[in-house]
Design a protein around this ligand. Structure first.
Ligand code: GLN
Length: 237
C-alpha cells in the first residue's frame, strides 16, 4: 500500500489524511526528522506558516525537510505549505520567516486579505481536468490564502486567479510586470508544479473532490517509474 507522509505540526493534516484514505492511500503523521526516512513523499498542509516554522524549528525538522526536497522526493504544499516551500515570501509579517525553500517562486502571504475575506471560487485547472477527468473547474477554498507573484523558468503554472484590487500588488505590478513567467497585471498564480514539487494556494483537502490528491499520487508513480527525476537545488541565501 502506498504511504504518504503528512507534516503534522499544525493545520489541516487530518483532513489530508482523510482525503488520502478516500483515494486508497495511507497518510502517516510526520513530526520528527527521523520519521521522514519512512516515507517517499510528503504533504505540507495549510495552517499558519509562522507557527509551523516555529514548531519545525523546535523539532529540528528544517535540515531533514530541506534534504527531502533536495533529493527530489515528491512534496505538495497547500496554502501555508506552499509558503513553506517557496524560495521567497513577502507580504504581511513575512520578513525573517524561515522557509524550507526549493520552489522557485515568490509568494505573497495573506494576499487576498484576512480571515473574513476568505472565499471559495471555481478555478480552471486544464492540467487537472485533462489528467484526472471530471469537471473543467475545481472548487478552490481560499483561507487567508497566499498568491504567487513570480515564478522561475522551471515552474509550470497550473492555475491562476483574477485580482480585483490589492494595493501592494497594484503598486508592485505597475513597475514590475515582466514577460513570460511572471504574473500579468490582472491575475495571480494559485497552483504550480516544479518537477516533483506541487503547490496550491487553496485547500483541496477541504473539498470532496479528490482529483488533486490523485494527481499527486501520479507524481509519485512517475518518480517510482523513473520518468520524472528532479533534484531541486536549494539556495543558501
Ligand atoms: N495565511 C496563512 C499563512 O501565512 C496561510 C493560510 C492557510 O494555510 N490557510 O501561513
Amino acid at each position: 500500500m502506498t504511504i504518504v507522509g503528512v507534516l503534522a505540526l499544525q493545520g489541516s493534516f487530518n483532513e489530508h489524511i482523510a482525503a488520502l484514505r478516500r483515494v486508497g492511500v495511507k497518510g502517516v503523521e510526520i513530526r520528527k526528522p527521523e520519521q521522514l526516512q519512512n516515507v517517499g513523499s510528503l504533504i505540507i498542509p495549510g495552517g499558519e506558516s509562522t507557527t509551523m516554522a516555529k514548531l519545525a524549528e523546535y523539532h529540528n525538522l528544517f535540515p531533514a525537510l530541506r534534504e527531502f526536497v533536495k533529493m527530489g522526493k515528491p512534496v505538495w504544499g497547500t496554502c501555508a505549505g506552499l509558503i513553506f516551500l517557496a524560495n521567497k515570501a513577502t507580504g504581511q509579517k513575512a520578513g525573517g520567516q524561515e522557509l524550507i525553500g526549493g520552489l522557485d517562486c515568490t509568494v505573497h502571504r495573506n494576499f487576498f486579505g484576512s480571515q473574513i475575506q476568505s472565499f471559495e471560487a471555481d478555478i480552471a485547472v486544464p492540467e487537472l481536468s485533462s489528467k484526472e477527468g471530471g469537471p473543467e473547474t475545481f472548487r478552490g477554498v481560499f483561507i487567508r490564502a497566499p498568491a504567487i507573484l513570480e515564478v522561475g523558468p522551471e515552474v509550470q503554472v497550473l492555475a491562476d486567479y483574477p485580482v480585483s484590487s490589492n494595493e501592494e500588488f497594484d503598486s508592485n505590478s505597475a513597475d514590475g510586470v515582466q514577460e513570460g513567467n511572471t504574473v500579468s497585471e490582472k491575475r495571480v498564480i494559485v497552483a504550480v508544479r516544479q518537477g516533483n514539487l506541487l503547490a496550491t494556494a487553496f485547500h483541496p483537502e477541504l473539498t470532496a473532490d479528490t482529483r488533486w490528491h490523485s494527481y499527486f499520487l501520479k507524481m509519485l508513480a512517475d518518480v517510482r517509474e523513473g520518468s520524472s527525476s528532479s533534484v531541486v537545488s536549494i539556495g543558501t541565501d
